[in-house]
Design a protein around this ligand. Sequence first.
Ligand SMILES: NC(=O)c1ccc[n+]([C@@H]2O[C@H](COP(=O)([O-])OP(=O)(O)OC[C@H]3O[C@@H](n4cnc5c(N)ncnc54)[C@H](O)[C@@H]3O)[C@@H](O)[C@H]2O)c1
Length: 246
Amino acid sequence: MGLLEGRTAVVTGAARGIGLEIARTFIDSGARVVIGDIDDEAGAAAVTELGGEDAARYVNCDVRDGAAIEHLIDVAEEAFGPLGVFVNNAGVTRDATMRTMTEEQFDDIIAIHLKGTWNGTRAAAGRMREHGGGAIVNVSSISGKVGLKGQTNYSAAKAGIIGLTKAAAKEVAFKNVRINAIQPGLIRTAMTLAMPQHVWDEKMAEIPLGRAGEPSEVAQVVLFLASDMSSYMTGTVLEITGGRHI
Ligand SMILES: NC(=O)c1ccc[n+]([C@@H]2O[C@H](COP(=O)([O-])OP(=O)(O)OC[C@H]3O[C@@H](n4cnc5c(N)ncnc54)[C@H](O)[C@@H]3O)[C@@H](O)[C@H]2O)c1
C-alpha cells in the first residue's frame, strides 16, 4: 500500500517544476491528482506524463481567484472522490530591489503567493472538515525566514504564508485537518535556472551540503506532510535547504 493509497490530491502550479514532481510522487504513492495551473499547454503535457486521465487531471485555475479554486476542488471530487490532500505550490518571482520594484510587482507577488495560499487553504479546509480530515501543505521559502535582497515582495509573501499556516492550523485542528508548511532553499527548476549566474554562485556558496536541491527532494518532504506519517504534526515548518540559513 502506498502512503496516499486511494486519496484525492490537488496540487496548484503543478504543470511543471516542484509541483509536477509533487504530483508524480503522490501518484507513485497511490493518490490521484488534479493539477491547477494557468499554463494549459504544460498542464495537458503533465497529465500525459503522469499516466493519463485515470491518474491525473488538469484544470485551468488562477490561484488569485477564490471561485476558481472552489471549481478546481469540485472537479477533483467529481473525478476522484473526497479531497484528502491539497498543496498550495503555485508561484512566480518578480525580483527587483526596492528602489526599482513597482507597486504592481509587489501586489502581484502578494496576490499569487499569499492570497492564493489563503484561497487554497480556506477552500480545502472547508471541504476536508466535512470529510473528517485531511492534510494541507503550503509552499513557503527560506526567503520568508531570512529575507533576501531583491525579494522584499517575495520574502514578505512567503513569511506571511507561515503566519497563515499556523493560524489556520489552530482553527481546523479539532476537525482533524492538518496544515503544515515547507521552506525550500535553492532547488533546480525553471524558476531558479533563470537567475543570473553570479546570483546562483552566491547562493551555492551558502549551502553546507554544497549543492542545489532537486524537485524530488522537496516532493519527498511534501509526501511526508501529506501522509499519515506526519499524523501528529500541524502548524509546523520544515526547511529543505541543504543546511542553508539554519
Ligand atoms: N525553485 C526554488 O528554488 C524554490 C525555492 C523555494 C520556494 N519555491 C516555491 O516553490 C513553488 C514552485 O516553484 P518552482 O520552482 O517549481 O516554479 P516554476 O516556475 O517551475 O513552476 C511554478 C508553476 O506555477 C504556475 N503558476 C504561476 N502563477 C500561477 C497562478 N496565478 N495560478 C496558478 N498557477 C500559477 C506556473 O504556471 C508554473 O507551472 C513556488 O511557490 C516557489 O515560490 C521554489
